[in-house]
Write a protein that binds this ligand. Structure first.
Ligand code: NAP
Length: 312
């Protein structure tokens, strides 16, 4: 069997690190795409030791920066003959953040990191993915998108460069949920666009996983207490890492594309009713996602914007 090559973004902590360990243990060549090189080098050595696989590489990547993405993809394509699996795991969610932050390209930081950055990376790596016999792309989504079951909830397309930062209050969870909804819609459209090249694109609806100590370390004191309390009941990242692995390698998902997959590895369907009992089932279950995500106008809007912002 040819050695398979997988890129995992944000592989230095949490689910990304657990996934890197899983792939390395199974004999894959793992390329960690990380921004904090000092810390990530230590993690890389830890992964090599724990997996007994020396093929764990590290390339610098800041997913919020288009320049960094171009540099990462250029270096990757020069070094590796193809790409088999691309896992967009890195995300920005700064619990308790009250201020708008902008990326180097002056895009709201959550959107730059969680939606436009992954879109640009997939675009730049498409030819390398095409070279694989079974190329698969996976996006880390979240149950937070359930807020879109509320018919009033919409992505504020007019504020993705922080245009209203002096006027509209910054809500970290709204911005995070909006960016993950955008990522889901981009998954659906990318799956269509890349179907003829044999590239499968799916998203995983992550429900809850223990937060890493590195992530908790970045929080304010109050959020630290809350996160540690939640961690008492949440499952370990390894369980979700196993889902990454299964979706990206198993025969079961070999021909699956354009799907949102839940933590039980079932394909989630768009909701058909967002009222009454059906709506309660939507909110408390994990088998339906908001119809907002399949509205072609919404998809066109995020698709066109992603193309416009990342071209050039
Ligand atoms: N944990 C959960 O309960 C949960 C629930 C729903 C969805 N998810 C999703 O699952 C994925 C992994 O979550 P996690 O809990 O494992 O998170 P985590 O431990 O906080 O890890 C996030 C990773 O993303 C990296 N990252 C953030 N911004 C980056 C950037 N601009 N460039 C490169 N890397 C960047 C971080 O690197 P640094 O160390 O440099 O910051 C870190 O390695 C995320 O997409 C998240 O939205 C998680």
């Amino acid at each position: 069997m040819k050695e398979k090559i997988v890129i995992i973004t944000g592989a230095n902590s949490g689910i990304g690190k657990a996934a890197a360990l899983k792939f390395a243990t199974e004999g894959f060549r793992v390329v960690m795409g990380c921004r904090n090189m000092e810390l990530s080098r230590v993690v890389q050595m830890e992964l090599i030791q724990a997996s007994n696989n020396k093929n764990v590489d590290l390339l610098e990547l800041d997913v919020s920066s288009f320049d960094s993405i171009h540099a990462f993809c250029g270096a990757f394509m020069k070094k590796y003959p193809r790409l088999d699996i691309l896992i967009h795991n890195a995300a920005y969610l700064n619990h308790g953040e009250k201020e708008y932050k902008l990326s180097p390209e002056h895009i709201e930081l959550t959107f730059a990191t969680n939606a436009f950055g992954p879109f640009l990376m997939t675009r730049l790596l498409t030819e390398h993915l095409e070279t694989s016999e079974d190329p698969r792309v996976l996006h880390a989504c979240t149950t937070n998108i359930k807020h879109f079951f509320d018919p009033k909830r919409k992505i504020d397309f007019d504020n993705l460069r922080g245009e209203f930062r002096g006027v509209r209050t910054f809500s970290v969870y709204k911005m995070y949920g909006d960016s993950k909804m955008a990522l889901l819609m981009l998954s659906f459209r990318l799956a269509e666009e890349l179907k003829d090249q044999g590239i499968k694109v799916n998203a995983l609806q992550i429900n809850r996983v223990k937060l890493s100590k590195e992530t908790i370390q970045k929080m304010s004191p109050l959020w630290k207490v809350l996160a540690r309390a939640q961690n008492l009941i949440n499952p370990l990242p390894a369980s979700m890492a196993d889902n990454y692995f299964h979706i990206c390698t198993s025969d079961e998902f070999k021909n699956v594309t354009g799907q949102l997959i839940n933590h039980r590895r079932e394909c989630v369907q768009p909701s058909t009713s967002e009222k009454g009992i059906a709506q309660l089932k939507n909110i408390f279950g994990s088998n339906r996602y908001p119809s907002y995500a399949v509205d072609t106008q919404n998809i066109d809007r995020i698709w066109n914007l992603s193309n416009a912002l990342t071209e050039g």
